[in-house]
Design a protein around this ligand. Structure first.
Ligand code: GLC
Length: 767
């Protein structure tokens, strides 16, 4: 006991004076405890904004050989050797320090052979040398412990047994399960240890590495090249509680504009010609394909200069954008960070004059190559630079664009990597690329979000490729340059589900595959599998086979159309999920394990997902497959197409011809069924239908203007619908948005019940 360090308590922070360096525990809430040890790094968190500490009762007691800090949800024990062990309220271990030695992987190669193996381009390294800034955290791994999250990684749902890096990269080759990192660094991990849920968030932007039981099945390792030891332990009763706690800490995806849930059409190359964009819009109409947006890739700009529009290709972009908008199609242009080095280009000259670009250690503007050739890189870590960038977005909002797509913001560079010692600012303090790399895209997305908010007054629609923990507050994300190959369709499910567990609810992949040539069957299965993906965008690379649904004729076109139309029917449900998500952080697209964490069958399920709590989707993700096993968890499940009911907790064989997406609705569910439209209208719907699956159910439905921030001052409606064997009822539980539905239909199994609105009593009457 005498070996225990002294401590000092200041409100909810306790500092333990270990000889190896002080260690601080801060109680933020009953379910969030921060572990911090200052290793000399200054600066603040980019993931967490505002003060998240709530007044929380806790106790600190001295036991025989350790201290014990206890909230209602978590108990942290600290011993004389600086070991930290965390338990849940029942005393079950969640996160405990590993006391043994590490056993580095023996890759069976000596120095001589290592060179030989590497000569053919293979990697044979065991462990690289570390400098003094390096540190590691090693925690026990139980035999029954599953690990999820980590943001945007390749591979499978359960991350156990793999290793990953957090360092944002632009990786154009096929992204397979062996790849440790791609475009985003989101160092949050969710665990289920012997069925007990927890989360760990390492808030450190420096390059970090996670070995999740690959090196040794008895422990997992977090290590970083530098930074403070700064992590958060998250607790709760369920995995959902962990996601809610994590998104309380790092922020939630705000309610999006409703049209952003519509179909979006893209291809690198469309925007090189106004005629081509017009032809795409015409074909969407001609082939009766609903759509809400066309994305403009880099070709619309004047020589890839950001915040310019090529007038030789577009006589009057503003008019053209307005014409598309009148037909229900919005324009979302790309903006990359690289600013062309050109003395006659005001964005460049202003950036130089104001010192807004990152610099070499000797003080010159740092130049590397991206699409425009030699380019300078805005120093987005600085508030002034973010404001400048936000101001620049006015060029685009004045032309009438509806959102902005941020790309290449890892940042990517064609002429070798940006040296680590390049000077990037951390707010107003000089720092390095090494420190600011992983938050570059995050800060760019924030600047873009602020710009759109200032200039449009609507909920900003920003899409970003690079991200850090917390970027979900500013942007939707897509998973970058996938390929038209079946493994990438398979990967979409765990990739988007893990992003959802990591706070990113508004996510999507390039449907059909970005690089390489798609095939009619792959495109068909991809649109089926992605139809509930929050961001629904078909995007392809220049130089690949055409990927518009009409490019393949029948039956591709009809099947594609059938699913797009189905998507629009479900948009009110997706929008309801977003309204809930903005309060809970729970994602739209969910792995089954989030809804059924104690069911072992769900813990490694890579080819099914749920949409909210009610819909189960089991797409075909293998070539030539026409049937598959579907695991149904507890409850009863109704086949969406046949209305046949199945008992849960069993695998069933489902036939899935090319035009069928296996889809199940939890029995006793009431779901909204939006109108058949070819785009999301700006005028409010006057009527809504709800469909019952089973013979009773209740549902809470949200409605607002789908566009701006009026809902934040109460201008929204909430409806409670209920069907039981004796009664069908509709209640307007919150009435703040004037355009309440005039009629509401409830489609029961044997009849449709209709209600009409009585403005006088603000209530619904059955007719
Ligand atoms: C990057 C993006 C891709 C885009 C291309 C051209 O590869 O990931 O989506 O089409 O750049 O701008």
């Amino acid at each position: 006991m005498s070996n225990l360090p002294h401590y000092q308590q200041q409100q909810q922070t306790v500092t333990f004076a270990y000889s190896q360096g002080a260690l601080q525990l801060t109680v933020l809430t009953p379910t969030i405890i921060r572990v911090f040890s200052n290793r000399g790094e200054s600066g603040h968190s980019y993931a967490i904004t505002g003060n998240k500490q709530q007044s929380t009762p806790f106790t600190l007691t001295t036991k025989d050989n350790h201290y014990e800090l206890r909230t209602s949800a978590l108990t942290v024990s600290l011993d004389a050797d600086r070991h930290i062990d965390v338990y849940d309220a029942q005393g079950a271990p969640l996160v405990t320090d590993y006391r043994g030695e590490r056993h580095l992987l023996d890759k069976g190669v000596d120095k001589v052979h290592q060179k030989l193996v590497e000569a053919e381009g293979h990697s044979a390294t065991t462990q690289s040398a570390h400098d003094a800034d390096y540190f590691q955290v090693v925690k026990d791994l139980a035999s029954d412990e599953q690990l999820y999250g980590l943001g945007d990684k390749t591979g499978y749902l359960n991350k156990r047994g793999f290793e990953y890096d957090n360092w944002n990269i632009d990786y154009p080759d096929p992204q397979l399960e062996i790849l440790p990192n791609i475009y985003k660094s989101i160092p949050v991990m969710l665990g289920l240890k012997n069925g007990h849920p927890y989360g760990l968030f390492f808030d450190n932007p420096y390059k970090s590495h996670l070995d999740l039981g690959k090196e040794d099945p008895h422990y997992y390792v977090y290590s970083a090249v530098a930074g403070n030891l700064d992590y958060y332990i998250l607790g709760g009763h369920t995995l959902k509680d962990i996601v809610t706690a994590y998104t309380y800490l790092t922020g939630r995806t705000p309610l999006p504009q409703k049209w952003t849930l519509g179909y979006q059409k893209s291809r690198w190359g469309y925007s090189a010609s106004q005629t081509e964009v017009q032809a795409i819009a015409d074909n969407l109409k001609k082939y009766d394909l609903p759509c809400d947006a066309i994305h403009f890739d880099v070709d619309y700009m004047d020589g890839y200069r950001v915040f310019t529009w090529d007038h030789t290709k577009y006589a009057d972009p503003q008019k053209f954008i307005a014409r598309l908008k009148a037909r229900g199609i919005k324009v979302v242009p790309i903006i990359d960070p690289g600013v062309k080095q050109d003395p006659d280009y005001p964005v460049y000259t202003t950036g130089v004059a104001q010192n807004y670009f990152v610099k070499t250690p000797t003080g010159e503007v740092y130049i590397n190559k991206v699409w425009p050739g030699d380019s300078a890189f805005p120093d987005f870590g600085r508030p002034a630079v973010r404001q400048w960038w936000a101001n620049n977005t006015k060029f685009l909002t004045d032309l009438g664009v509806a959102g902005i797509w941020n790309d290449m913001n890892e940042p990517a560079s064609f002429d070798g990597e940006i040296p680590e010692n390049t000077v990037f600012y951390d707010q107003d303090q000089p720092a390095t690329h090494r420190k600011m790399h992983n938050v570059y895209g995050h800060n760019m997305a924030q600047a873009t979000y602020e710009g759109l908010k200032q200039h449009q007054g609507k909920r900003p629609f920003v899409i970003t490729r690079a991200a850090y923990a917390g970027t979900q507050k500013y942007a939707t994300v897509w998973t970058g340059d996938n390929r038209s190959m079946w493994p990438h369709l398979q990967m979409m499910i765990p990739q988007l589900c893990n992003l959802g567990l990591s706070g990113f609810s508004f996510v999507g992949t390039d449907i059909g595959g970005f690089a390489s040539d798609t095939s009619p069957e792959l495109l068909t299965r991809w649109i089926e599998a992605a139809i509930f993906s929050p961001l629904l965008r078909n995007h392809a690379a220049m130089g690949t086979r055409r990927q518009e649904p009409w490019a393949f004729g029948e039956p591709t076109l009809s099947i594609y159309r059938k699913y797009l139309k189905l998507r629009y029917r479900f948009i009110p449900y997706l929008y309801d999920l977003f309204a809930q998500e903005s309060h809970t952080g729970l994602p739209i697209m969910r792995p089954l394990v989030l809804n059924y964490p104690t069911d072992h069958q769900t813990q490694n399920l890579d080819d099914e997902f749920m949409v909210g709590d009610q819909i189960l989707v089991a797409p075909i993700v293998q070539k030539s497959k026409r049937q598959r096993l579907v695991y149904l968890p507890a409850g009863e499940w109704v086949d969406f197409w046949t209305h046949q009911t199945y008992a849960g907790q069993q695998d069933i064989v489902v036939q899935a011809p090319l035009d069928k997406l296996p889809l199940f609705i939890k029995r006793q569910t009431l779901l909204p069924w939006g109108p058949a439209v070819d785009h999301i209208a700006e005028t409010p719907d006057s009527s809504m239908t709800f469909q019952l699956f089973g013979d009773q159910g209740t549902y809470d439905h949200y409605q607002d203007n789908g566009s701006n921030f009026d809902y934040q001052t109460g201008q929204y409606n909430c409806y409670h619908l209920s069907v039981d064997p004796h009664q069908v009822s509709v209640t307007l539980t919150h009435h703040g948005f004037s355009a309440a539905y005039q009629t509401i239909h409830l489609a029961l199994s044997d009849r449709v019940v209709t209600f009409t609105y009585d403005a006088q009593t603000t209530s619904y009457r059955q007719i």
